[in-house]
Ligand binder design. Sequence first.
Ligand code: FEO
Length: 418
Amino acid sequence: MGAVEIKPGIHWVGAIDWGVRDFHGYITPHGTSYNNYLILDKHVTLVDTVKHDFCEYTIDSIRDLVDPAKIENVVINHIENDHASSVDRIMELAPHATIYITERGKKALDRFFNTSSWKFVIVKTGHTLHTGAKTITFLETPMIHWPDSMMSYVKEDRLLISQDAFGQHLATSARFDDEYCDQYSVAALEHAVRDYYANILMPFGTIIRAKIVEIQKLGLEIDMIAPDHGIIWRRNPAKILQMYLDMANDKADLRVVIIYDTMWHSTEHMTIPIMQGIRAAGVDVEVLKLRSTPMSVAIKRVWESRAMLVGTPTLNNIMFPTVAEFLTHLRGLRPKNRIAGAFGSYGWGGGAVKEAYESFKKMGLETTEPGLEVFYRPSVEDEKRCFEFGKHFAEKTIEFHKKFDGVQLGKCQDSTKP
Ligand code: FEO
């Protein structure tokens, strides 16, 4: 869509991926964008490149502003393929440019490209790059999102270029939060932020919390945050910092999400009285069938809720495969401060519910035991047991949720703004 000036002399030269629906397994119904930024100063500087398939779009946008051969510095904030897989093409056009990158970024980049003829400066937190009238300060942010990751702060413009952090998978003609919210809604943007965080950054809450505190201690004045995906935060950058702080502190709604799959509808049948029991205890409840729900949607809803009940029939003495896959995926995302329980039907020897609890324990989740098993088909008596099971689980959820009431989650003051 061509370059967009986001600050005087600083231009978005990224690409919008309207068509991507599967981002390495994460379902992206709204596409995404790969953002990067060109600083037109005495020493022309490109911050991040772009996914290889979109390289020529970025180069066209750069060419509209300056001859790419004039790029003197290339900052690589993050080496994942969606941002760095066109570094070779950029270096072909600007062979004398110097790459600014973390040590771990350089080691990884060496595995993807023949870097032997490229010039590098390895940077650490606090190192600076003077582009002329502007000063970029680097801030290492390992594991947000990869070990190599860092952010770039442009002091004169109070601009934080934050790579994956604070992003969203949104393909939109809007470049800024105010434009997007005017076109759609604040709720739609918040939804996209939580979806992205739950599916990508959930494991790194502790690191994110510490990094936000570090940013605050450094006293960086921020009036714009420009991530590598989605819209740029200019109306209210404090909002996204506060959202991240809340999510990193495991804020969740008082709700039970029932995640289940079923063979011959017995486990499915159990969800109804269980749901009624949860409601009878006054707790919000949502029911998601795994085979009808994209994994990333189920992950997000679990992340937003304080409690999860997993329903799985036993198949050959183990969990139903879709449930096992979901729990494996969730385990990698390391959810914290959530309570879990399991139920399901069996016909032969059982085993799925026990296996679900083993999975919860590996994740370090709080659990309520025992789970609930039904032999072949829920009887009227079993339905009553399901109702009581749901009610008891909801009561335990209320108790568990209270631990987080009044917990000081930390505040991002508007002082992040000048
Ligand atoms: Fe958008 Fe971790 O790459």
